[in-house]
Design a protein around this ligand. Sequence first.
Ligand SMILES: Cc1ncc(COP(=O)(O)O)c(C=O)c1O
Length: 384
Amino acid sequence: MLKTGRGAAAPPFIVMDVISAANARQAALPAGAPHIIRMEVGQPGTGAPAGAVAAVQRALAGGASLGYTEALGIGSLRARIAGHYGAWYDADVAASRVAVTVGASGAFPLAFLAAFDPGDRVAMAAPFYPPYVNILTALGIVPVILQAGIETRYQPNVAMLEALDPRPDGLIVASPCNPAGTMLHPAELAGIADWCHRNGVRLISDEIYHGLNYGAPLATAAALSPSAIVVNSFSKYFSMTGWRVGWMVLPEDLVRPVECLAQNMFISAPNIAQVCAEAAFACAEELDANVARYRRSRDLLLAKLPGAGFSRLSPSEGAFYLYADVSERTNDSREFCARMLAEAGVAASPGVDFDRERGHHFVRFSYCGPEADMAEAARRLARW
Ligand SMILES: Cc1ncc(COP(=O)(O)O)c(C=O)c1O
């Protein structure tokens, strides 16, 4: 038997298995039967905004060669991303600190390899986005889980960090977060960023759901700490999941290391996706209409789900997720979700992906699907 590496033991991302089950159920339905409502998926149902698609069509029609780009991305896109920090956060970010990546997913291994060594410890609150733990573990870095509850909106705080002995080498935060949709408010993020900087803890701030916040104020770690790594993406607000393009704002000391790693690991993010991304910045009207739709769906579900028996919901302020504590109904959220799919025709994700200890008591609902479907889901769940 040949040896396999640490990475060969990476667990699956269970949401993907739920998606397969929902697809199979939909395919097996008789013609005319009510369709399965998809609340398990974490991606916008909309495509890239029309203005961005038009820019891609122009580039293709104009015979763009679409070779590799520089490893840190097309210069005009990096400048546009830097300008975004002025426009959204009134923050000064030099284009030289921006690295364009293959989605936020492509940013994680670059950030982790540039900042940490095998054996280093990186903290994060549970529930968390599962690939953080799975990628860290595959790289030999040790995840340290902080159990966060509804009292802190499922977010970490400075007291939890102070209590860690030994101090971790890094901390990952996400605001708004997946799976709870909850946020770190600006003063809370500032406190965490300051604590990390003073204590030599490398902060990685996953800001992929920025723009999908419904009234709550946004802060970026790029404006709060010179040592933080900010990760963002065109997948969510910009509605471009399959184009696979994201970015990082890097601290000065990590720009060249990330450039060298990216040259070796990816060469560049896809050229045509970068063209699309740059044009997407000019599509705020279309993108903001998506945000308004998510907000209406969130408001509807927060109003209706408690009456359907889901009374312990996360106070979602962003992203397109609600995390429901279903401990009064089940000890096995996988089985609960399988029954909900079979009996109510509503697909949602069991919490076990996001929290290995407590997740069997939680379900994640994603409300990025069509608005009419979200209203129908509330009706079906109430009947169920
Ligand atoms: C919190 C979080 N970070 C990162 C990602 C990865 O996104 P992408 O690689 O599409 O940019 C996701 C995807 O759902 C996510 O929820």
